[in-house]
Design a protein around this ligand. Structure first.
Ligand code: HEC
Length: 335
């Protein structure tokens, strides 16, 4: 399963109440980053739109694909399109699948547009087969994706952190945001200060540890010992330690991580001696061990012990281009 967490991170809420203008703000993003793969075959030397989805006209955007609508006006959490553009850069399901990830601003613009009701103004774009019948947008069902349901459950009864705790912890150079608007659970990342982030920064998270659901320490200078603070993070679902110097010793601190679902140890110093602990993490769904010190034999044993776990030990390649006959949606399950 793809972790959609990245998609759910609340971006700073814009204080201005001016609503998003489709033509000015949304359309340029679709045209420059999406339409080349999601357009009228007649304009694309007969090539069918990827995923059976066209994004070149109001009709088509509302129509969605064979899995149903891709946007639910008013409910970004239920909108596949919004979830896919927010995925991490290296997630194979991310849209667009090639080139840079959309910027936070672009993701935020599209999310706000959907939240505000996905209005198109006077724009219609490429006409549908029956222009009179523009599809009626699907009303929000309240049926949320599994990941959101889990986060809602995990956040039950959790006290939101106080503003002063947030400011204190933010002194640690991390970016702290709710996992989705109004959730008491937090997503913490040090991506913009990787090289300078060390033990002190991590320790300063102790006061908000109970609220942390996702923690990105990738490429930072954290040490094995400082990871002891994760023992207090009883709701930690996702931990990213890629390209750090941590070794198997650090994994000891995760023994009690009963909610952990994704662990990224790509290009770390972790070796086979950590694998028994990893195998014991009941809820762990995905572990990245590519370019770690783990051996193929160790990985094979882990896979045998935990067939339910996705063990990534090879480079993740971009999704293969689907052959023409069945690229109208594929078998992929809708998230
Ligand atoms: C390079 C080609 C390419 C670009 C550019 C691209 N997509 Fe896609 N898109 C695909 C492919 C391929 C699929 C089908 C994936 C599958 O079914 O596994 C797809 C599927 C989708 C789906 C349907 C997913 C589902 O589960 O039904 C959505 C929504 C989507 N894209 C949105 C976008 C958006 C929004 C953009 C621009 C920000 C974009 N795409 C840019 C290739 C592209």
């Amino acid at each position: 399963m793809s972790m959609l967490l990245q998609a759910l991170i609340a971006l700073p809420v814009s204080l201005d109440s001016v609503s998003v203008d489709f033509r000015q703000e949304v359309l340029p993003i679709l045209q420059s980053r999406c339409v080349e793969c999601h357009q009228d075959p007649a304009k694309n030397s007969g090539k069918r739109p990827k995923g059976g989805l066209r994004l070149d006209g109001k009709y088509w955007i509302l129509e969605g694909n064979k899995f149903g609508p891709v946007i639910v006006p008013g409910s970004p959490l239920e909108s596949t399109l919004i979830n896919l553009i927010g995925l991490e850069a290296d997630d194979p399901d991310r849209m667009p699948p090639k080139g840079d990830k959309l910027s936070n601003n672009e993701v935020n613009t599209l999310r706000r547009w959907v939240t505000e009701g996905a209005h198109f103004g006077d724009w219609t774009g490429a006409p549908g087969p029956n222009e009179v019948n523009v599809p009626t947008p699907k009303p929000p069902t309240g049926k949320l994706p599994t990941i959101i349901q889990r986060l809602l459950k995990l956040g039950e009864g959790v006290t939101p952190i106080t503003e002063s705790a947030r400011i204190l912890a933010a002194g640690a150079r991390g970016t702290i945001s709710p996992v989705f608007p109004s959730s008491p659970l937090l997503s913490v990342s040090f991506t913009s200060h990787q090289g300078r982030t060390g033990t002190r920064d991590l320790l300063s998270l102790a006061p908000i540890a109970e609220n942390i659901a996702t923690l990105d320490l990738g490429r930072t200078r954290i040490t094995n010992a400082s990871l002891a603070v994760t023992a207090k993070m009883s709701r930690l679902m996702k931990l990213d330690l890629r390209q750090t110097n941590i070794t198997s010793e650090a994994i000891q601190h995760l023994i009690g991580a009963s909610n952990l679902r994704s662990l990224n140890l790509f290009s770390s110093e972790v070796d086979d001696s950590a694998l028994s602990i990893i195998a014991s993490l009941n809820k762990l769904e995905t572990v990245y061990l590519w370019q770690s010190k783990c051996t193929a034999a160790g990985v094979q044993k882990l896979r045998a012990e935990r067939p339910d776990m996705r063990v990534i030990y090879e480079a993740i390649l971009p999704p293969p281009e689907r052959p023409a006959p069945d690229d109208s949606g594929g078998q992929r399950r809708r998230r």
